[in-house]
Every structure is written in structure tokens, then in C-alpha cells.
Design a protein around this ligand. Structure first.
Ligand code: SF4
Length: 252
């Protein structure tokens, strides 16, 4: 385990060395909490930010507060453009995202993609908590590669970590995490668009569950038309929740 941790720190240090304007996009998911802890513990000076869509679960706001109290590295929070949200709600209704895929993607664009673009503006690299085992579409990802969608280098230091590695680190280091992970929410997003999953269901089944699986992406981690899940606490390489036990209690 220590070797895996050292490798992650090496990647983060390389990112800082080669790309001084590097930032870390934290979704506050389990993987991102590991990276938050390592970035802060090793005083890497990587700017951390998160997106507040305005529709997050209370548990996510509680974690956001816990992060600001626990760590000295500031967590900058980006919000959607208020005029864009007002326009979206006027045209679609406050819960208009249930009405159609187009309406849902428009909401994700206003509340997530545009703020992300703003957060990445002026940066030359970003760090994410993506893992290869979270989805078959991640098999070709690299630890470091150029992200053509956003025009900057992208680092995925946890790419080869397993779900158990992530939760072992969280347990061993008493890292704060989203309590919804204990309630069978392996993948977390906005409250109205996320539900818990049951054994046998895909770990992404709780995200935009009313849509066909192929449309379920929010535009934060897509490349060349390939859907890449933005999931947290992914429980198995198969992408299926095998047991209805709290995710953090699974044996490492
Ligand atoms: S996940 Fe749902 S509420 Fe959140 S931005 Fe997308 S459509 Fe809107």
C-alpha cells in the first residue's frame, strides 16, 4: 500500500514540477478525498476546487465544510452563472431535467460544465481521481495525457488503485468522506439525479436512472464521444454492486 501511495505522490510532484499552473478538480467523492489528503499532507501547493451545482445533497455540503476545517489547503468552490441558471429554470422549470435528455444535459452544462471550464481557465494541467476499474471505457486512460476536450494536461494518479485501496487509505488515515457512501450511494452527484443502488445493479445505476445507460454522462470527463463515468466509491471492476453492505466496510 505504501508503494502505491508513494507512486501517487510522485505523480503529483511531477505534475507540479512540469505544470506549475496545475489544479485538482475535487468532486468530493472517495477517490478525491484520498487525493485531497495527500495534496494537503505533502504540502504540494496544488490548487483544489469543487463545483457547487446548487443541487447537491446536504451530506456533500457537510463534507465540503469538513474539508475546509480539516485541511490547510483551501478548497475553492465554483458556482454556476446565476443568469444562466435563471434562464434555464425559466425555460425548463426548476426540475426540468426529468423531462428530456436534452433538458438534462442543458442543466448539467449550466451547473457543471460551464463552471468547470471557468475553473480550468488559465490552467495548464488538472488532476482527477479517475480509476481504471470504474468503467470499461477507462481501460485506455493513462496516468498522464493531454486532455483535448479542455486543452490541458490531465493527471489520473489513482488510475490503477482498486476500490479497496481507496477505502483502505480512507480508513487508515481517518479521511473524511461523504456519509451517503454508507447508504449505498457508490456514485454521488446532484440530489435530484442520484439514488441509492441495490446488489446486482451497476454502480452507475443510481445516476440519472430514468435515462438509457448510454446517455448518462454529464460532460465533465468525456473524450472523443466516449462516455466516462464520473463515479465515486466504485465498488468493483465489473461496475456492479455485489453486496448490500456499506461500501466503506468492504474488506480490503
Ligand atoms: S445532475 Fe441533475 S441537477 Fe445536477 S446539473 Fe445535472 S441535471 Fe442538473
Amino acid at each position: 500500500m505504501q508503494q502505491k501511495i508513494d507512486q501517487v505522490v510522485d505523480v503529483l510532484q511531477q505534475a507540479v514540477r512540469d505544470f506549475p499552473q496545475v489544479c485538482f478538480a475535487s468532486s468530493l467523492g472517495a477517490e478525491d478525498m484520498v487525493l485531497t489528503d495527500l495534496i494537503d499532507k505533502h504540502r504540494l501547493g496544488i490548487e483544489m476546487f469543487s463545483l457547487d451545482t446548487g443541487r447537491l445533497p446536504q451530506e456533500t455540503y457537510s463534507l465540503m465544510q469538513a474539508v475546509s476545517e480539516r485541511y490547510s489547503t483551501p478548497l475553492k468552490v465554483y458556482f454556476p452563472d446565476n443568469a444562466a441558471v435563471e434562464n434555464y429554470v425559466a425555460q425548463n422549470g426548476v426540475n426540468g431535467f426529468y423531462g428530456s435528455i436534452a433538458s438534462r444535459k442543458a442543466c448539467c452544462f449550466v451547473r457543471k460544465v460551464e463552471p468547470l471550464r471557468r475553473a480550468l481557465n488559465g490552467k495548464c494541467a488538472w488532476v482527477t481521481g479517475l480509476r481504471r476499474a470504474q468503467a470499461v471505457t477507462r481501460g485506455n486512460l493513462e496516468v498522464s495525457s493531454f486532455d483535448a476536450d479542455f486543452g490541458l494536461q490531465k493527471f489520473n494518479p489513482l488510475l490503477d488503485w482498486s476500490h479497496k485501496d481507496v477505502w483502505a487509505y480512507i480508513r487508515n488515515n481517518d479521511v473524511p468522506y461523504n456519509k451517503l457512501h454508507d447508504e449505498f450511494y457508490p456514485s454521488l452527484g446532484c440530489a435530484p439525479c442520484t439514488r441509492s443502488v441495490t446488489p446486482g445493479e451497476d454502480i452507475r445505476a443510481g445516476r440519472w436512472w430514468w435515462e438509457d445507460p448510454e446517455s448518462r454522462e454529464c460532460g465533465l470527463h468525456t473524450s472523443k464521444g466516449t462516455q466516462v463515468a464520473h463515479g465515486f466509491g466504485v465498488s468493483a471492476s465489473s461496475g456492479v454492486l455485489k453486496q448490500r453492505v456499506p461500501i466503506f466496510l468492504e474488506k480490503s
